[in-house]
Structures are given as C-alpha cells and as structure tokens.
Design a protein around this ligand. Structure first.
Ligand code: BGC
Length: 467
C-alpha cells in the first residue's frame, strides 16, 4: 500500500472514531441529565458531584467596596484586590503566580504558605493604597472570596472539605481537611488578618460574575485546562444535599447555585472513548478519574493529538516515519501548539514551521507534515467542541430553558482559555448546538465570555456574604 493510501485510511478511521453527530450526542446528553438528577437526590457525603455552593443571592450590579479574591485554577494562582465601583463596573489589581510541579505534588502546608506569601505581597505592596491603616495593621480583617477550581465538599458558604484534586495536583495531607482552616493557618503563620468569607468553585464564580453583567445568566461554564458547569437549582429539589435546619429556613422557591463537577460525569458505558482516550487515561497519574474532562479540556487536547500523530508517524506518512526528538515525551505537544497550527492560514505556514522547530527532526518538516498535523488538530478540537455542547445541552434541558416559549435568550457565562483562545471553538460549539437543538432554540443560546470569573466572582461573593 502506498503511504498516501495508508494516510487516507488512517484519517477515515480517525474521523469515524472522533465524529460526534446528533445520534452520538444523544447517549451523552441523556447520560449527563441522568447523573444530574441522581446527583440531586444523593447526599453530598456520598458523591463528589452536584455540590451545593450555599450561594443563594446574585449581585445586582450596584454593589461597591474593595474585596480580596484568590483564584486557584489549573496552573495559575491569581490573588486580586477587586474594587466594585457599582453599575457593573470593576477594577482589578492582580498578582499572578505559577504553581511548580514540586508545589503541586508536595506537602499541603508548603503550598498554602506559598499562597500566603503572595497574599502578603498584594496587601502590603501592590494594593496597599486600597486599604486603610486598621486593615493594613491587621486590626480589621480583610474579606476574601476563594475561587477554587477543584472539587470541595462544601458545608457552608465559607467552609469546605478538600476532595481529591485533578489537574496533576496530589497535595499531601490535605484531602479531608477544611480549605478555610488550611488557609487561615497559613495566613496566621504570616501574621495576616485575612478571613475567608466565601469558597466557591470557578464554575460558580463565573455564573455570579456574569450575572453582575447580564442578570439573565443561567449557566456558568468553564472550558479551560479543566471543564465544569454550574446552574441555579431550587432548594426544594436538593433537600438530600442539605441539612434540614438549613432548608427549613429558606423559601421553597429559593434557588442555590450548584457546582455540578460535570468533569467527573460519564463512564465507559456511554462516553465514546477511543483507543487514544484509553491510552491517555491509562498513562495518567489519576486513571479512571475525570474521563470526560480528559476527552475535551485544554490540559489534554495536545496530548491526544500527539498520541494520534505517533500513529501517523508509525505508518511512515508523517515526518518521514521518524519521531521528532522531544515529541516522544508525554505532554510535549501542548494545546497551545494546536491553536497556533489551526490559526495559521498563511500560504507559507511560517507560524506552523516555527512550532515544529521546537522539535529536532532528521529531515526538515515538510508542508505536508503541517497539513496532516493541522488536520489531526481539527478533528480532535471539533470533537472537543461537540463534547462541550453535550454539557451545555444537558444544563439547558435540565432547567427546561429550551422549552420556554417566550423566545428569551438562554445566556451562558463562559470562561476559559480553551474557549477564548482556541480558533473556531465557539463556531464549532454553536454548530453542535444547532445540530442538537435545531435553529429555533440554538438561535436563542448566547455564549457570553465571562471575563475574570474567578477573581470578580470571588470578590462579589465575599461581598455578598459579608453584608
Ligand atoms: C475541577 C473543577 C473545576 C474545573 C474547571 C475540574 O478539573 O474538578 O472543580 O471547576 O476543572 O476549572
């Protein structure tokens, strides 16, 4: 068989495995809705998904004051002083740090001390002018909202037990401990009078932050290193998850934002896992965990592409059959490179050649290598968009928003690098939504970027909870 023939066969097989049309979406959306409803009637102690946030108020847009927020995402720590100026206006002074592999896999207290160091720098240097003397001397506490992009079993708005973390974090002596306690201990060691007034997941923060801008928002969606979604649910539907003393004191119609942890949803029974997904999972430091997230989030798209490319190299049709030096390393092809390849519409493919120059090759890469690799990226990212659509569709149907006949917009606050920076991602998600819902409903769906969901959402909830 000629090389070009075997490449054709590989592509047709790949397209077949990765294509998610309406009929393939069906079991996924149904499976997700099923898990949403099972999760609602399962006590939170027995399940790591469908976590109550204890956030029952949304901002009006008119709140004012300066509040602290701490946003711990997949890699970046962002500590901010957020000035709420009213009329939906905010100003953020932010300090950013990147967590090293040593920090992510080391002792928990060392990790929290690292956070406290950054907090000290923000409060006493960068944002010093925003606080009064009593606050700076620690006489008056500073209110902090934490946006924690990992599962936490929340017991109240400002307390929550740390659960198993994903995204390569394996902190020692943290699982089962209270997140606020661990932070307060670290702040005490630094002599900082910072009090955690709220803990929220980033998906919850995104919904709250976007509600400050558009009060019609009904879903918070994160599409970044990880994925997740949140939505407001009636407290009466989630009694199994709350203490009777809590819900007895609430109006029957009160809604609380739920952190679905949809990233953990799904199993081999209904997720269309390919041999590449299974290989990625088997080599992961947390196998069988977050199978869905591993199929679509920014942390994994590059790795899936690399695994597929290795197969093409093996066939002799890519890089003349020789693996470029460095490319054999797991996770050596980041999702960012996929974006760059797909973004490069130039004739001479200058940017793409630049990306490939990160690897040593015996023969210089050819135009055809770039075309093949870019096509693989497109297949992997198009599936990712369809899988994101599955979450969004499930959240819309769960709330019956598709059945509202008033023709109103279905507003989703969406945040994350994979959505914001991956070329054509938004169009591809809309295509899948159109395929799933048809034009009448899909035209009403508005995916609106919720900027700084973590930091602004954190500060807003710190404010809402401290009044
Ligand atoms: C975490 C979620 C988080 C999501 C997006 C997932 O890996 O489990 O808690 O919301 O990533 O950051």
């Amino acid at each position: 068989m000629t090389i070009s023939k075997s490449i054709d066969i590989l592509f047709s097989d790949l397209e077949h495995q990765f294509s998610i049309k309406k009929k393939n979406l069906d079991p996924i959306v149904k499976g997700f809705i099923n898990e949403l409803n099972t999760g609602l009637i399962t006590p939170s102690t027995k399940i790591a998904t469908m976590i109550p946030s204890f956030v029952t108020k949304l901002p009006t847009g008119n709140e004012t004051g300066t509040f602290l927020s701490l946003d711990m995402g997949g890699t970046n720590l962002r500590i901010s002083a957020v000035e709420l100026k009213g009329q939906g206006q905010v100003q953020v002074l932010e300090l950013k740090r990147v967590a090293s592999k040593e920090l992510k896999t080391g002792e928990g207290s060392v990790f929290f001390d690292w956070i406290a160091d950054a907090m000290e720098e923000l409060v006493h240097k960068k944002a010093k002018h925003l606080f009064d003397t009593d606050q700076l001397q620690g006489i008056e506490p500073l209110a902090l909202g934490i946006c924690w992009s990992f599962p936490v079993h929340q017991t109240s708005v400002n307390r929550g037990t740390i659960l198993r973390m994903g995204k390569g974090f394996t902190l020692k002596n943290t699982e089962g401990r209270d997140l606020s306690d661990m932070l307060h201990e670290a702040f005490d060691r630094k002599g900082l009078n910072v009090k955690v007034s709220a803990i929220l997941n980033d998906a919850v923060g995104t919904l709250v932050a976007h509600a400050y801008v558009n009060p019609r928002s009904r879903i918070g969606f994160i599409f970044a290193t990880g994925v997740n979604a949140s939505y407001p649910e009636k407290i009466s539907a989630m009694k199994a998850k709350l203490e009777p003393e809590y819900y007895q004191n609430q109006d029957a119609d009160t809604e609380m934002i739920l952190n679905t942890e949809i990233d953990i949803f799904g199993s081999e029974t209904y997720l269309p896992l390919t041999s590449y997904d299974l290989a990625l999972d088997a080599a992961h430091n947390q196998p069988k965990f977050q199978l869905y997230e591993k199929m679509l989030s920014g942390a994994y798209l590059g790795e899936l592409t690399r695994l597929i490319a290795l197969k093409f190299i093996e066939s002799g049709g890519l890089f003349e059959g020789v693996t470029p030096e460095g490319f054999e390393e797991p996770y050596s092809f980041p999702t960012m490179y996929m974006s760059a390849l797909e973004n490069d519409t130039s004739v001479n493919k200058e940017e793409s050649f630049k990306i490939l120059s990160n690897y040593q090759t015996v023969q210089p890469p050819t135009y055809s290598d770039i075309v093949i690799l870019t096509r693989i990226c497109r297949i992997v990212s198009t599936r990712s968009a369809a899988l994101a659509c599955a979450s969004i569709a499930a959240m819309i149907e769960q709330q019956g928003l598709d059945k509202n006949e008033d023709g109103s917009d279905i507003v989703i606050g969406i945040n994350g690098s994979t959505y914001e920076f991956y070329p054509y991602m938004s169009d591809r998600i809309y295509n899948s939504l159109l395929e799933w819902f048809g034009p009448d409903v899909s035209d009403r769906i508005k995916l609106e970027i919720a900027k700084d969901g973590g930091s602004i959402g954190g500060a807003l909830i710190a404010m809402l909870c401290s009044i």
